[in-house]
Write a protein that binds this ligand. Structure first.
Ligand code: KIV
Length: 287
């Protein structure tokens, strides 16, 4: 789409995409430059995920990342994003304790980072938080299935809803979040047939990350797409490029060129006139 025809993504436009069965694209970004590239590619939704705790900060889980860190990254992303709808991911224990704490932190995310909405994890048990945040005037997305903040309770990074009872729970959780006012729901690592059922029953967009092709949209983690997270590659992720190889090759070349003297070349250097240099030599020789 030519830049001049493009408008900023909004909640009504996302709902329209759901109604018209037009697929929604969503990618994570944590920095200004990532957001700038993602926005240029025409992505609909940009998630400042708390996965940055792992992909950018090197933690083993999403739990340690703070509200301060998330707000700083989200602000960088909104500076890089002109058209994409930016969602800030509420970090661990910034909404679970009470409605009041949830509204305060969600409001801070919106006011200090300029993001368009927030996301929180959890189903029926978090429906009350969802309602409180939405009633405070803050658009909120739900997140079901594999919810990384509950990784310990879920027993690790593994698919959810693989038996009828657990799948039914996901269907009920999605209905509860929609009823509480969520504008969309992310389904992570859920069997495709279960996601299809949830998507067909929902009036709001259902986005998949490892939840199959029948959802209203797809999310991938930027770092998984471009081989930028060395710790592991989830089963649902697809590689669209190898940034790690480009950077590693460049770094090896740099080390080799510094050792051999091939870098820096004349065009990387600054000069002083012969006259000024002679004057300098005279000055230092008299010291
Ligand atoms: O933090 C994140 O990037 C997420 C995705 C894994 C869904 O929540």
């Amino acid at each position: 789409m030519p830049e001049t025809d493009r408008v900023k993504m909004s909640l009504p436009l996302l709902m329209e995409k759901k109604r018209k069965k037009q697929k929604i694209t969503m990618i994570t970004s944590y920095t200004y430059w990532q957001a700038f590239l993602v926005d240029k590619a025409g992505i609909d939704i940009v998630l400042v995920g708390d996965s940055l705790s792992m992909t950018e900060l090197g933690n083993a889980t999403t739990l340690p990342v703070s509200m301060d860190t998330m707000v700083a990254h989200a602000a960088a992303v909104t500076r890089g994003c002109k058209y994409g709808f930016v969602i800030g991911d509420m970090p661990y224990m910034t909404y679970q304790p009470s409605n009041e704490i949830a509204i305060k932190n969600a409001g801070r995310f919106m006011a200090e980072s300029g993001c368009d909405a927030i996301k929180l994890e959890g189903g029926i048990t978090m429906a009350e938080r969802m309602r409180a945040i939405v009633e405070a005037g803050i658009p909120a997305m739900g997140h079901l299935g594999l919810t990384p903040q509950s990784m310990s309770a879920l027993g690790g990074f593994k698919a959810q809803g693989k038996d009828a009872l657990m799948a039914k729970r996901i269907v009920d959780d999605a209905a509860a979040l929609e009823e509480a006012g969520a504008f969309a729901i992310l389904l992570e690592c859920v069997p495709s047939k279960v996601s299809k059922l949830v998507t067909e029953r929902a009036k709001i967009p259902i986005i998949s990350i490892g939840a199959g092709p029948d959802c209203d949209g797809q999310l991938l983690i930027f770092h998984d797409m471009f081989n930028m997270y060395p710790a592991f590659m989830p089963k649902f992720a697809k590689r669209y490029g190898d940034v790690a190889k480009v950077i590693s090759d460049g770094l090896a070349n740099y080390v080799e060129q510094v050792h051999s003297g091939a870098f820096p070349e004349p065009q990387h250097q600054f000069t002083i006139s012969e006259e000024q240099y002679r004057e300098l030599l005279e000055m230092v020789s008299n010291q």
